[in-house]
Design a protein around this ligand. Structure first.
Ligand code: ATP
Ligand code: MG
Length: 272
């Protein structure tokens, strides 16, 4: 197991004080047609913190992560990542729609693991993890290779370097996807129900890997999960969503043991 110092983090992370705001949504509204999915949403995530989004199906959790991945753009409001606007650029003191280059640069700070692992089927495990660092970040093949091996060890798959995704279990594939996301040295890792497509007996292994990453690295996490005991273990804060708004937020002990809002109690009774 690599020591925390070996775990990827942004090369200039030393210059970012722990606790500084890394992600900020400011009055973000997202509509699909005439349905408002996120409604004037404000929230922030500080560097190094782990924030979990909970709430009923359709409440907007995935939409938040897709906005951060720039797979969607907000209709109103702004998103900042590490002090930079994600979809906007400041020009002559006003905010304008960001150019593609700006979006690409800011997006590099974000890594995501999806419910469906989406590995490159024609590449072995090692190359799945080295491909983007070499081709997107311009990392040398040797450096990418070394880092990939460390990460693959971190997720417990050192024995599987030479396999293709189709030769792995779902849980193993998801652990490769986690290593692949970390290989890009994101400042914030987005996890969207990463165990919900897995056979039940494979869930614990993936959650163990994520617990380990949460507890031994300084990476910031924004997590959507229905695994409430996992959420309780790793979260600094839990945000309860309903209809595109935060109905309640707080530390996990409070949110899971003594939620204030009826909507939160009702939701938790369906998942706990
Ligand atoms: N591309 C899209 N086009 C139209 N409507 C969409 C689109 N993506 C999401 N929606 C709608 O937006 C709402 C929020 O969806 P979202 O996927 O963010 O919910 P969620 O909280 O992640 O739900 P779940 O727990 O089921 O994953 C839903 O009503 C959904 O149908
Ligand atoms: Mg979702």
């Amino acid at each position: 197991m690599p020591s925390p110092a070996d775990i990827p983090r942004d090369s200039n992370s030393a210059s970012r004080a722990n606790g500084a705001e890394l992600v900020r949504f400011d009055k973000v509204t997202k509509r699909f047609g005439d349905v408002t999915v996120l409604d004037q949403l404000d929230f922030s995530v500080d560097t190094g913190k782990h924030v979990t989004l909970i709430g009923p199906s359709g409440s907007g959790k995935t939409t938040i992560l897709r906005l951060l991945m720039t797979l969607l753009t907000p209709d109103e409001g702004t998103i900042k990542v590490d002090g930079d606007y994600l979809n906007h650029e400041e020009r002559n003191g006003t905010l304008a729609k960001a150019g593609e280059k700006h979006v690409r640069e800011v997006r590099k700070k974000i890594g995501m693991v999806f419910q469906q692992f989406n590995l490159f089927p024609n590449m072995k495990v090692l190359r799945n993890v080295t491909e983007a660092p070499v081709h997107v970040l311009g990392m040398s093949k040797d450096e990418a290779d070394q880092r990939a091996r460390e990460l693959i060890e971190l997720v417990g798959l050192s024995e599987q370097l030479d396999k293709y995704p189709s030769q792995l279990s779902g849980g193993q594939q998801q652990r490769v996807a986690i290593a692949r996301a970390l290989a890009m040295r994101p400042q914030v890792l987005l996890l969207d129900e990463v165990t919900s497509a897995l056979d039940p007996e494979l869930v614990a292994g993936v959650l163990d890997v994520l617990r380990d990453i949460a507890h031994t690295t300084d990476i910031t996490m924004l997590v959507v999960t229905h695994e409430m005991s996992f959420a309780r273990d790793i979260s600094d804060a839990v945000l309860m969503f309903d209809k595109g708004k935060i109905v309640e937020s707080g530390p996990p002990d409070k949110m899971f043991s003594e939620p204030e809002h009826e909507r939160t109690r009702e939701f938790l009774s369906t998942v706990l």
